[in-house]
Design a protein around this ligand. Structure first.
Ligand SMILES: [Fe+2]
Ligand SMILES: [Fe+2]
Length: 334
């Protein structure tokens, strides 16, 4: 889950626009792009393509594992055994998404340790949405419905990304995300059929999450710096604003079924555009949260670093076991 279209300043070189002769490797790459084919790890690729994808895939992986935290803290407090089992499976899925994505990034020549170190040092970004708190059980349902829902919108086009390992990871991830969204909607529907206090709890959670969720699609197209090149490389297929519009149009109907009000007085059907108009997004809040000053940024990072440190013995034991197995295999071969 996450914004996977977070275009941030820095780190990407513009494509060379000179008249120098194109190398055979570059010509092959360009042909693959023109044919909308796939680049695989063994293939030559321009350095800027590699850098862009390492940045995007690693931000995506970090978002998956940081995204385990806001819901993870409700596993021990889920209202029933059924909801607990569902939530456990969901949070575990998010950990799995992180693993597929770190593996996809590693095929581009970076190590998982480097990526994780950058996250822990506060140098790497992850989706701003996971820096918001989950004070009630309804927040867990709203994350499934809206956050996973926004993630699906963002991620379905990535199943056709030109980088093979990323595209293949996304196919599996999207299947799991649609289960996440449905379980969130189902949990909220159960609460909406309950008491007035439960309905109020759902509405308050929707009020908290609506605007941050719209921010998940990333800056408006006019401020989205790297989109042009990502479109040419077949990494990005649909613009941030177009994805956001598709999401709003889908969610308005779902909110009606659920019986909640989306907290935007400017939200109304535009017959000309055949789409919903919506109010202005507070981009200052978005940049504040992306740059480390959201409600839970420090807590999320501290929890992540602690989990990594507490797990050091597991990694050491696994490495020692692998070394022992390798030594045994060598002895047997000798
Ligand atoms: Fe996920
Ligand atoms: Fe998810």
């Amino acid at each position: 889950m996450y914004t996977q279209s977070l275009d941030l300043p820095g780190g990407q070189q513009p494509a060379a626009a000179d008249n120098t002769e194109v190398s055979p490797e570059q010509a092959r790459f360009d042909a693959v792009m023109r044919a909308d084919g796939k680049i695989e790890p063994r293939d030559w690729m321009p350095e800027a393509y590699r850098k862009t994808l390492v940045r995007q895939i690693s931000q995506h992986a970090h978002s998956e594992i940081i995204g385990m935290q806001p819901e993870g803290n409700w596993i021990s407090r889920a209202p029933s055994l059924k909801r607990k089992a569902i939530l456990l499976a969901k949070v575990q899925d998010e950990g799995g998404h992180g693993l597929y994505l770190y593996s996809a990034a590693e095929t581009m020549g970076v190590s998982r340790d480097q990526l994780v170190d950058a996250l822990h040092a506060g140098k790497a970004k992850y989706s701003s949405i996971f820096n918001y708190p989950t004070p009630t059980w309804a927040d867990v349902g709203v994350i499934g419905w809206l956050v996973d829902g926004a993630a699906i919108m963002n991620q379905i086009p990535l199943c056709r990304c030109t980088y093979g390992p990323y595209a293949r990871a996304m196919i599996r991830i999207c299947k799991e995300e649609s289960f996440h969204q449905r379980q969130g909607f189902d949990a909220l529907l159960a609460m909406m059929k309950g008491t007035q206090a439960q309905r109020d709890m759902v509405q308050q959670a929707v009020d908290r999450w609506w605007w941050p969720v719209l921010m998940m699609f990333g800056p408006s197209d006019k401020d989205s710096i790297h989109s042009g090149q990502s479109f040419q490389w077949g990494i990005k297929r649909i613009s941030n604003d177009d994805l956001r519009q598709k999401f709003v149009d889908a969610i308005v109907e779902q909110a009606r079924v659920l019986g909640v009000t989306l907290p935007d007085p400017d939200l109304k059907w535009n017959a000309q555009r055949k789409a919903y108009d919506y109010g202005a997004i507070d981009w200052e809040e978005f940049w504040r949260v992306v740059n480390g000053d959201g409600p839970c940024n420090k807590e999320r990072l501290a929890t992540r670093v602690k989990a990594h440190e507490d797990g050091a013995w597991v990694r050491e034991a696994a490495l020692a076991y692998a070394a022992k197995q390798a030594a045994r295999a060598r002895r047997q071969a000798a």
